[in-house]
Write a protein that binds this ligand. Structure first.
Ligand SMILES: *Cc1c(COP(=O)(O)O)cnc(C)c1O
Length: 587
């Protein structure tokens, strides 16, 4: 490991002036604003909520996404229909008078922004600026550049990334903010480094940039990668890059080694221009270092914003027994001492709310006394939504032995992901085929923030079956943990850190193929989950309590933002930083 490309940079003390600028293509800001699609956006929103709670001087930039991601409808055959989610920014945000421009292809595009004020627990405000190209004077095409989150083709995407990265960096300046640190949440915002370099050169030719100029930019940038496989990284062809970004910039980025396999690789670009980079779980940091061995990539494990993802009844219970939990989530560790009956009661209430929601949406009345599994996430093939149906007869046997089994599914497939859409159909088909009085399976439409919160709080066990090592972190199991709900999951992403077998949940063991892993899943259900649920309510209560105490107290963004602040944004001293690197990079 040669960490020379990520040079530690230090702040002797917390700076009294200036801000961190956080950039993300999606941010789940408010449940009724369709500015996110899934895990990345929820993480960004939770990060900002915790930054606001902790009083971290920070501002954020994203795109407005005037037409949202999409609202999912499923017909009886499980065919997904996608409806536009329109919303009115003026209902939530205030338009800023500032205007900046970016150049895209041979056009000059004007950008404005809308300010949303995210208020923390003690009143600290984190402003979120949503960039918008729907401005008079822009062409019809350009006015639509900030309409669709992850819509269109790669040409549209690269143009959006110019608006986010270059537009966002210039907008921060136009708004009069002094920025100490630029944090790129995933590679989508990596072009901000180019805007900083151009600003450093005062408009001079990029070819004139010296090592010192580049070092100046690097000293301001930190980067979080979220992608564990090469194909997942954002990439653009040389032809596209020359056409959309321009020949001069493309040549410069090529010379700086930001191309891999003849493609502009946004992860490489972000890494080249960052003084600090991290993956989102310990394992993901390791996988990222293997993909990009020339960089020292640290790990900061993801979290979730505790009050956002903890059900009302669990919040009430914590307020009663551990009031300090809201100020500092570490105190959730003391849940280890909660009365067993209280946690069972709080969970029963959350389960009732979920089952009432299922009944209202589908007419299906589920039984609150029956073991209920939850599986909800973006439907990508690697998440293997149908693994539970590998051997339907065995599943029915398990359900019979358990005196009934209920499985609640939800999840959207990206509009262009045909295999993902086919998986939803298969789950719905299998659900109809195998559901009987004993095994009941339901697929809920339009998985989003509110439904996610209900599911993770209300089911008894949260199931996750990704194919290793595709799950960089995963966060829905963390939401479950904050509600005392154990996970039954493949040992990938965060679960490698969170799983204490039989204490916080169970691991599905690695197998040579899907069949072997399905067999392990069935075996764990049969021999561990079902007997504990049926026979020993006291032990189940202790399992829930352990889950909340051990995993709820750690896998939250209160802890995570503190780590970002001291490891990434404002590292304490050079010497300590070097030591931290040595320790965390020892694989
Ligand atoms: C938490 C959340 C996710 C991310 O969950 P994973 O475990 O990472 O799949 C995705 N979508 C919604 C709506 C969520 O609330």
């Amino acid at each position: 490991m040669d960490p020379k490309l990520l040079k530690p940079f230090t702040y002797e003390v917390f700076p009294t002036e200036g801000l961190v600028a956080y950039f993300s293509m999606e941010i789940a800001i408010n449940p009724v604003m369709p500015t996110y699609s899934g895990g990345l956006g929820v993480l960004a929103g939770d990060t900002l909520r915790s930054a606001a709670d902790l009083g971290v001087p920070l501002v954020a930039f994203s795109l407005l996404h005037r037409k949202g991601y999409f609202e999912q409808h499923l017909d009886t055959n499980g065919m997904q229909r996608e409806d536009v989610q329109t919303w009115n920014p003026a209902d939530f945000c205030v338009e800023e008078p500032a205007r900046i421009t970016v150049s895209i292809e041979d056009r000059t595009v004007t950008v404005r922004c809308w300010r949303y004020e995210l208020v923390g627990r003690y009143g600290h405000v984190v402003p979120i600026y949503l960039l918008d190209t729907d401005v008079d004077g822009n062409s019809g095409w350009d006015r639509g550049l900030t309409d669709h989150l992850y819509g269109g083709d790669t040409n549209y995407r690269l143009q959006q990334e110019i608006v986010l990265g270059m537009g966002g960096a210039r907008m921060a300046n136009a708004l009069g903010h002094r920025i100490n640190v630029y944090h790129m949440n995933e590679g989508h915002a990596a072009l901000l480094t180019l805007a900083l370099l151009e600003s450093q050169l005062g408009g001079g030719p990029l070819g004139a940039a010296t090592d010192t100029d580049i070092e100046q930019v690097r000293n301001k940038c930190v980067f979080t990668t979220h992608t564990p496989v090469p194909a997942g990284h954002d990439r653009f062809s040389t032809e596209q890059t020359i056409r959309i970004l321009g020949g001069d910039r493309t040549a410069r980025l090529e010379r700086l080694g930001c191309f891999r396999d003849d493609m502009l690789n946004m992860t490489l670009l972000a890494l080249r221009f960052s003084r600090y980079a991290n993956g989102v779980a310990m394992q993901h940091g390791k996988v990222s270092r293997e993909m990009f061995p020339e960089f020292a990539i640290d790990s900061i494990t993801n979290g979730v914003h505790a009050p956002t993802w903890t059900s009302e009844p669990v919040q009430k219970m914590l307020d009663e027994h551990i009031p300090a939990w809201r100020r500092d989530n570490l105190y959730v560790r003391n849940a280890i001492d909660l009365p067993e009956k209280d946690i069972l009661k709080a969970h029963a209430q959350a389960k009732d709310s979920l089952l009432a929601e299922v009944a209202a949406r589908t007419g299906l009345v589920l039984n609150p006394n029956v073991l209920t599994l939850g599986f909800a996430r973006r439907v990508a093939t690697y998440k293997r939504a149908t693994l539970l149906f590998t051997d339907p007869e065995r599943l029915v046997e398990i359900a019979t032995a358990a005196g009934g089994l209920q499985i609640i599914y939800a999840g959207k497939a990206h509009p262009q992901d045909e295999p993902g859409k086919a998986l939803i159909q298969k789950v719905i088909e299998d659900a109809a085929k195998f559901s009987n009085g004993i095994l009941r399976i339901v697929y809920l439409e339009n998985y989003d923030w509110k439904l996610g919160a209900m599911l993770t709080a209300g089911v008894d066990v949260w199931v996750n079956t990704p194919r290793r090592p595709y799950e960089a972190s995963g966060t829905s199991g963390m939401k479950a943990a904050l509600n005392g709900v154990p996970s039954l999951s493949i040992l990938d992403g965060w679960w490698i850190e969170g799983c204490v077998e039989g204490v916080t949940g169970w691991a599905i063991e690695d197998g040579a193929d899907d069949n072997e892993e399905a067999t392990s899943l069935y075996k764990k259900l049969e021999t561990a989950v079902v007997p504990l649920y049926l026979e020993t309510p006291g032990k189940w209560a202790r399992l829930m309590r352990n889950t909340l105490a051990f995993n709820g107290s750690y896998f939250n963004t209160n802890r995570m933002v503190k780590q970002y602040t001291r490891n990434a944004y404002y590292p304490v001293t050079l010497i300590e930083q070097a030591k931290v690197q040595e320790a965390t990079f020892a694989d």
